[in-house]
Design a protein around this ligand. Structure first.
Ligand code: B3K
Ligand code: ZN
Length: 883
């Protein structure tokens, strides 16, 4: 078919000479949602692939949507692409228009075939959205709005199409050609070319489209589904990496099996491909039948991946696979509904990881992430509800709030319903909405109907931002214990007033004499203030509340430190035990930072913590994985949350001083623990993983307490290491010490792993995140290291995100930490705005920081917003942070 060509349009560049991005981008509002005017039931894409020149011919069968506004104008979104040619029903047309980046075509009837040709330069696509080149291969990333960088299309999640893809390219460069669905045909062309055709029978939104072409090798197995389908599973990597794919493949098999057993969800194609790419903006992407992953969440072997890396691979493989139902079969109506798929899928991956390993440890890890990443978001200038009301750039809303708080909100429904009734709700949700683009409201309604809950008031969790504060007062009236609970949801940007929300709290009351309780209860606080009475206590019991972290709230309760020591030693809920230990430390450190501690009070606080800490070290009933968790002090970010306006350096200094005190006080027990754990041979079994965890924890405390002596111990751990967990743990400790062993170990590590990008990332991170007093100098030098590049998001994050979350260095009184991150944002923005924008929140916390540092942070934000041609991504984050 002949389609008209427009020679005046640049044909060979992905990045057209774009107008400078607007400084005040349009605000998109949830309340303005309109159904699409035109639907696209089918699309055929033909790619002529080349690393620096790819031609795309897209054929869209479009139909007027009876539920739309009836317009005869078809709007196809584009982003920095230009149409080479446009045809309607096979006839070339010239009367199309561009409105900004969008292509507008006038249509006379109700159904037409639109053909558009575009020309792309994947090698020049440094944003890593759309079609781009990575490490000699081609791959795509379309969520949220990347498809419009490939071809013109109604690029919104409520337009679902059946995709047929043909691609051709040089066989030597691209021996493997992959897309969504099943491969339906392939063949050889002339001059070393070959081609493949793929068809995905499941209608999907454009954000789930994927294509990969390159030199890849697969680790393969098959899986028999509960319905008897045999599925081919492949993990594709660059040749040479295949020896590090077994864990990913095993995790994938476990994911398919778990989703059948736990949620009754069966896989629906004969093929499931995962491809690992080195240049990727985030963790992974759930494209239908063709997940694209950051290598970081695929590659693992004992020599190069830590136990934490293994867990992350398992979790992310599970997460992306689970999206096949929660995200793909039921997708989102619009991007405001993002938590519909992300919150639910995070909950699903959390439950999966808990079932694969230790439920108790997993819960603690999840809460730690929530508190150090989401709590600061919820109390800062970028706070938003899990279902936001407006955005300028949707990429900025892939946040800990939408993901992790979103998961907590759905977990509360599960807690209130119980696992069985919750499952009835999710079954109903999948049954009702399979094949649809749904809303958060659809989900809540399905859980309400299926699980038999009244969630009327609970819906507030979707619309109100801010972490609720729950105050607990305990009064003893004779043999009755009364808990009076009050809740307050803090004001957040655009939401000055809040209503009380239902807060489910698991509670147990412990008898002090026996150290036991007579059963856990679930109470739901629905009012601003309410009282709950418990009969049968001769003396005031010790209250264990929000067990299992049943609600994502902050509990405030004045209590005797002895009660916390009691719970840290006796609580039979592992999370509550951890929480008691954390509260003990939080109270002490907050008071210390406040200058409110007399010498005696400091001594008493330390003694209480030391007593609980020593009990944790000595408790033979504890497994080491849990012991390791209980040993970790609350993060500076979480501690800073407890203080209205803080000096993060002071918090950091107090926290380090406590570590040093514990290291000195418990030196003997810690050294014995290090010796014991060092004798355990490497295996992936829980006991051996636990031993590795406490081994490095012991080293951390010993290094804080006795730095010089510990350097030798750490170096011995480094030398003896036969796995990355031990080696990285030792190097982390050494990187923070001013000792000759530091340089020796860092040089050895780099020389040993210079060819392994993921391990070199660790080398950058350990230095930028270290406790060393000269971190900022190290970062400056590392930025000039030949292995550093701004083109690879993993490398950028390895160096600079490690710095941004390193409280000592980032908040250095000189302001150099802020300047380093400010400079980075300005330099990275023109290369990769999405990754650049991720660094802004670190500077955006200025209102909660003491005035001298706050002014320095503001200064950086002001320089950022003043930069000409700033992306929408960074503009939105920086301007809201100043606002
Ligand atoms: N859905 C993707 C995230 C896409 C992010 C786009 N900026 C990965 C995930 O959450 O599974
Ligand atoms: Zn996800």
């Amino acid at each position: 078919m002949d389609i008209a060509s427009r020679p005046s349009q640049p044909e060979d560049t992905q990045v057209a000479d774009a107008a400078p991005p607007p400084q005040t981008p349009a605000v998109i509002r949830r309340e303005d949602y309109q159904p699409p005017a035109w639907l696209v039931p089918e699309i055929a894409l033909d790619f002529a692939l080349g690393l620096d020149a790819t031609r795309v011919v897209a054929k869209l069968s479009v139909q007027r949507n009876p539920a739309g506004n009836g317009t005869s104008t078809l709007r196809l979104n584009g982003d920095q692409i230009v149409p080479v040619a446009v045809a309607v029903d096979g006839e070339a047309v010239n009367d199309w228009r561009l409105d900004g980046d969008d292509l507008l075509v006038e249509l006379s009837g109700d159904a037409h075939e639109i053909t558009v040709e575009t020309a792309l330069n994947p090698a020049a696509n440094s944003q890593l959205m759309g079609l781009y080149a990575s490490n000699g291969m081609l791959c795509t990333q379309c969520e949220a709005e990347g498809f419009r960088r490939i071809t013109f299309f109604p690029d919104r999640p409520d337009v679902l199409s059946t995709y047929s893809v043909r691609m051709s390219g040089d066989k030597a460069t691209f021996p493997i050609l992959l897309a969504n669905g099943n491969c339906t045909a392939s063949g050889e062309g002339e001059d070393g070319m070959h081609w493949a055709e793929w068809h995905d029978p499941w209608p999907k939104p454009s954000y789930l489209f994927a294509l990969v072409a390159g030199d890849l090798i697969a680790n393969h197995t098959t899986f028999q589904t509960m319905g008897g389908r045999t599925v081919d599973l492949n993990v594709w990597v660059r040749p040479g990496d295949e020896g590090r794919t077994d864990h990913a493949l095993e995790s994938l098999v476990n994911s398919l099996k778990w989703d059948e057993e736990t949620f009754g969800r069966e896989y629906d194609l004969d093929l499931f491909n995962i491809v690992a790419v080195s240049d990727f903006n985030m963790g992974a992407m759930e494209n239908k039948g063709l997940n694209v992953f950051n290598t970081r969440y695929v590659l693992a072997d004992p020599d190069t991946a830590t136990d934490g890396d293994y867990d992350a691979v398992e979790g992310v493989i599970g997460h992306e696979y689970f999206h096949n139902w929660s995200g793909n079969r039921v997708t989102c109506r619009d991007w405001f509904q993002l938590s519909l798929k992300e919150g639910f899928t995070v909950l699903r991956d959390q439950l999966f990881s808990a079932d694969m390993g230790s439920e108790a440890v997993k819960r603690i890890e999840d809460v730690r992430i929530l508190r150090s990443a989401q709590f600061p978001e919820d109390s800062g200038p970028l706070a938003h509800p899990i279902r936001p009301d407006s955005y300028q750039e949707i990429s900025n809303f892939y946040t800990a709030t939408v993901y992790n708080k979103g998961a907590e909100v759905i977990r509360m429904m599960r807690t209130m319903a119980g696992a069985e009734r919750f499952r009835k709700g999710t079954d109903l949700y999948f049954e009702r909405h399979d094949g649809e683009a749904a809303t958060c409201e659809d989900f809540v309604k399905a859980i309400e109907d299926g699980a038999g809950l009244d969630l009327t008031q609970f819906r507030l969790w979707y619309s109100q931002a801010g972490t609720p504060q729950v105050r607990v007062e305990q009064v003893q009236n004779g043999t009755e214990t009364v808990l009076t609970l009050t809740q307050a949801v803090p004001a957040t940007p655009g939401q000055p007033e809040k209503q009380p929300m239902p807060i489910p709290l698991r509670v147990a009351l412990f008898d002090r004499a026996t150290g036991t309780h007579s059963g856990e209860q679930l109470i739901v606080l629905t009012k601003a203030e309410d009282s709950f009475a418990f009969a049968g206590f001769k003396t005031a019991p010790v209250v264990s509340i929000n067990r299992g972290y049943s609600a994502p709230v902050a509990i405030e309760m004045d209590r005797d430190p002895a009660d916390l020591v009691f719970l840290a030693a006796h609580d039979d809920d592992s999370f509550a035990r951890y929480e008691a230990m954390q509260s003990l430390v939080v109270r002490h450190l907050v008071a210390a930072v406040d200058g409110a501690l007399s010498d005696e009070a400091r001594e008493a606080g330390q003694q209480a913590i030391g007593q609980a800490f020593a009990a944790v070290l000595a408790d033979e009933a504890l497994d080491d994985l849990m012991r390791g968790e209980l040993m970790i002090l609350p993060s500076v970010a979480y501690l800073a949350e407890q203080i209205l306006v803080s000096d993060p350096s002071a918090i950091h200094a107090e926290r380090e001083a406590l570590k040093a005190w514990l290291g000195r006080t418990c030196a003997e027990a810690l050294a014995a623990m290090h010796d014991r754990a060092s004798a355990v041979p490497y295996s992936r079994e829980a006991a051996a993983r636990g031993a590795r965890k406490v081994k490095t924890q012991a080293l951390v405390y010993l290094a804080a307490g006795q730095p010089q002596q510990t350097a030798a111990r750490a170096m011995a751990q480094y030398r003896a290491a036969d796995n990355m967990t031990d080696r990285q743990g030792a190097l982390m400790v050494l990187a923070g010490l001013d000792a000759p062993e530091r340089e020796e170990a860092l040089a050895d590590f780099y020389a040993r792993y210079a060819d392994n990008a993921l391990v070199v990332d660790k080398w950058f991170s350990l230095q930028a995140g270290s406790l060393h007093p000269r971190v900022l100098d190290h970062v400056r030098e590392l930025a000039k290291h030949p292995a550093f590049t701004m083109g690879n998001p993993n490398r950028v994050r390895a160096l600079y995100m490690a710095l941004a979350v390193n409280p000592g260095a980032f908040h250095d009184a000189s302001g150099e930490g802020y300047r380093t991150i400010g400079d980075l944002i300005r330099r990275l923005d023109p290369v990769n705005p999405q990754t650049a924008a991720r660094f802004v929140p670190a500077l955006g916390r200025w209102r909660r920081i003491e005035p001298v540092r706050a002014a320095l942070m503001r200064e950086e934000l002001e320089k950022i917003v003043a930069q000409a041609g700033l992306s929408r991504d960074v503009f939105e984050q920086a301007s809201k942070s100043l606002g």
